[in-house]
Design a protein around this ligand. Structure first.
Ligand SMILES: NC(=O)c1ccc[n+]([C@@H]2O[C@H](COP(=O)([O-])OP(=O)(O)OC[C@H]3O[C@@H](n4cnc5c(N)ncnc54)[C@H](OP(=O)(O)O)[C@@H]3O)[C@@H](O)[C@H]2O)c1
Length: 327
């Protein structure tokens, strides 16, 4: 059954933290993989899932740095994986499958933003390859373990950056247009949202449900490393002393608040039987309408998702293209 892109009235909101939304949920016996689980939103997600009893595995391109970052998350496992290296993704997935463990929760939190133009060894544009294709390959390779869970959830970290661009199927890798860092980010984050739609459609019969998440604006993570702090100040995200501005009503959140929607999507019984939707502020987002699109685009206080980011036809097309690109 298709879930409508309409808020549930979860009772949580922009100020809710990951710890608050998971309260009372016991994940003993569940296995979770959190990509990017050694920094920012992913690290807080991994910490909270582990504290609720899940076995947590964090794939990392820098295993030693991940071990250090996870020193306060006792029992978290680290494995090697670089989303830009297809062989490492296959090797990581094979190890998980060989262990015979089912996979109940897959949170795809790793990501890069607004990087200078870079191409991977296949010539693919770096943000699309990291944020979407790497996660596509990982999720599809892990599919048997998700099926084995008999009720798995996949969470795809998207972003309000969907406003910068849809998926340009005619020029995914900026071979025929000028590279713009935020257009490339927007394309990759729209792809993340569409991916959740198609994972959910294909996975439902096998008990796999998927959700896309906009976590909010959290400037004290590693994501902003390619941005000029002066630009963040000009945008009002940092104060005059360079400290993060907190205003959850405008989605300017702490890491703990930023991880709340991911954790809710991964674990909440409120979402049982639902999927294929984009979420923010710990609820399903409404669709942006022609009436509120200008307000939505002009400020972070209006929640919503553009219809092009949850369009089932685009989602199906993206899946087929991604299969070819990662074959
Ligand atoms: N922060 C925000 O305001 C915000 C807003 C909207 C959406 N998001 C989304 O939320 C997610 C988490 O972002 P964050 O703010 O927590 O950023 P972060 O602190 O930079 O965390 C990103 C993680 O992704 C990992 N990563 C990047 N490239 C990788 C690769 N090739 N292979 C494996 N891992 C890789 C990073 O590892 P390294 O340290 O090795 O690079 C890091 O652990 C991202 O998908 C982002 O697009 C964030």
């Amino acid at each position: 059954m298709t879930t409508t892109q309409h808020p549930l009235g979860s009772g949580f909101g922009a100020t809710s933290t990951a710890e608050e939304v998971i309260k009372g949920i016991d994940l003993t016996g569940k296995v979770a993989i959190v990509t990017g689980g050694y920094s920012g939103i992913g690290l807080e997600t991994a910490r909270v899932l582990r504290a609720a009893g899940a076995e947590v595995v964090v794939p990392a391109r820098d295993v030693e740095r991940a071990r250090t970052a996870l020193k306060d998350v006792p029992g978290a496992e680290v494995g090697h994986l670089d989303l830009l290296d297809p062989a490492s993704i296959d090797a990581f997935a094979e190890k998980i499958l060989a262990s015979g463990r089912p996979l109940h929760l897959l949170v795809n939190s790793a990501g890069i933003m607004a990087t200078p133009l870079a191409r991977d060894a296949r010539g693919y544009e770096g943000q699309f390859a990291t944020n979407h294709l790497g996660h596509f390959q990982l999720t599809t390779r892990l599919w048997p373990a998700l099926v084995a869970a008999g009720g798995a959830r996949v969470v795809a970290l998207s972003s309000r950056g969907i406003r910068f661009a849809g998926v340009d199927f005619d020029d995914l890798h900026f071979e025929h247009r000028t590279y713009e860092p935020f257009v490339a980010y927007g394309q990759s984050k729209t792809a993340n949202a569409l991916f959740a739609v198609e994972v959910d459609r294909r996975g439902q019969a096998q008990g796999i449900r998927a959700f896309a998440v906009h976590p909010g604006l959290i400037v004290d993570t590693g994501l902003v490393k390619h941005l000029d702090p002066a630009a963040l100040q000009a945008a009002g995200a940092l104060d005059s002393e360079g400290r993060p501005v907190r205003d959850p009503e405008r989605q300017m959140k702490t890491v703990q608040q930023g991880a709340a929607t991911s954790v809710w999507c991964a674990t909440s019984p409120q979402l049982d039987g639902l999927g294929g939707v984009y979420c923010e502020n710990v609820d399903i987002s409404p669709l942006v309408t022609p009436e509120n699109e200008a307000a939505w685009a002009g400020g972070d206080s209006v929640p919503g998702v553009l219809s092009r980011a949850v369009d089932p036809e685009a989602a199906a097309r993206l899946w087929e293209v991604s299969e070819r690109l990662t074959a």
